[in-house]
Ligand binder design. Structure first.
Ligand SMILES: CC(C)(COP(=O)(O)OP(=O)(O)OC[C@H]1O[C@@H](n2cnc3c(N)ncnc32)[C@H](O)[C@@H]1OP(=O)(O)O)[C@@H](O)C(=O)NCCC(=O)NCCSC(=O)C[C@H](O)C(=O)O
Ligand SMILES: [Mg+2]
Length: 279
């Protein structure tokens, strides 16, 4: 069944106030971060705080834990601590498919997610996406820009090749894929433009760093009323054509074929999933 990942909010696991607040925020998913948002001196404390926080009710929000890399002194214990109590475990800086094998052994049943944020990860996106235990992919555009020596630009031109490779890989293997963060969390117009770019490329949603970014991501990544109405009309027109023994319908001067009807049905399924998650 379709599940929305329009808005995926990072929360530093050392921040108890933010973890509590997130229980009422309109996020489709939360990433509780033990990695880059937690200082080394706080790592063990953050792990304890997060274990306690996850006992609380987060409603329908997917609870994903970003652990420290398995090559670090904290990663393996993080993995063991959250192998059962999260809805997903997110492994940072995954650069090849085999990097997920160790995580898969430590975390036998909980869905695995991978951060795609290194140049090697872009080049190996297909083998990462093909890993049988993988559920979703998250773009780490800050780390990627750093490793590429790229500059931040509104059109994200330096990152587009990597974003595209990861999208191709995710779609080829049926994985969820969520775009990277927009750092200037008070710049609503810039966030909207970047969400629209990500949506148009094909991402399921955007990772976010501040509650003020939630409404824009939820709006941009949801089907609009006009899209829902068009989808209903496309399905009706196609069904009618089929009933007449035709393979193609024409609606508003455009063809509607089976593939368009499939997209229309996916649009309606997502709209229903969003409505369910809001109720
Ligand atoms: C960016 C922030 C440090 C700003 O924090 P702050 O100054 O406290 O913000 P506000 O005063 O405006 O906060 C208002 C209220 O909202 C709550 N809050 C703030 N942020 C969050 C959040 N992320 N989730 C839930 N709630 C949040 C505050 O507690 C205030 O509540 P109240 O007391 O009721 O008024 C801060 O937003 C922050 O730390 N954001 C997350 C940063 C983070 O997680 N970074 C790591 C992930 S990004 C990354 O690593 C990407 C990737 O790997 C890559 O390579 O690109
Ligand atoms: Mg990163």
């Amino acid at each position: 069944m379709a599940r929305p990942y329009r808005s995926v909010l990072y929360i530093p696991a050392a921040n108890t106030r933010a973890m509590e607040k997130a229980r009422t925020l309109p996020a489709d998913a939360i990433i509780f971060d033990l990695e880059d948002a937690v200082a080394p001196a706080e790592k063990l404390h953050a792990r304890e705080l997060l274990a306690r926080a996850l006992l609380a009710d987060y409603g329908g929000r997917a609870r994903i834990v970003r652990i420290n890399g398995l090559e670090t002194e904290w990663g393996e214990a993080d993995a063991r601590a959250f192998a059962r109590d999260a809805d997903g475990v997110l492994i940072p800086k995954v650069s090849r498919g085999a990097s997920l094998d160790r995580a898969a052994a430590l975390i036998p049943t909980t869905p695995l997610w991978a951060m795609l944020e290194t140049p090697e990860g872009m080049l190996k996106a297909a083998e990462i996406a093909a890993h049988p235990r993988l559920t979703g992919m998250v773009m780490g555009t800050n780390d990627l820009a750093k490793d590429l020596h790229a500059r931040f630009r509104p059109d994200r031109a330096p990152l587009v090749a990597g974003l595209g490779l990861c999208l191709l890989a995710a779609r080829a293997h049926g994985r969820i894929i969520v775009d990277g963060v927009y750092n200037a969390f008070q710049d609503q117009a810039g966030l909207r433009a970047e969400c629209e770019q990500g949506r148009d490329m094909g991402f399921d949603g955007k990772t976010l760093i501040h509650p003020d970014q939630l409404d824009i991501a939820n709006e941009v990544f949801a089907p609009s009323e006009a899209e829902i109405e068009l989808a209903r009309r496309q399905i009706a027109a196609f069904d009618q054509a089929r009933a007449q023994g035709l393979g193609v319908a024409v609606l508003d001067g455009r063809i509607v074929e089976n593939l368009h009807a499939e997209t229309a049905r996916a649009t309606l399924a997502m709209a229903e999933a969003i409505a369910r998650s809001a109720s």
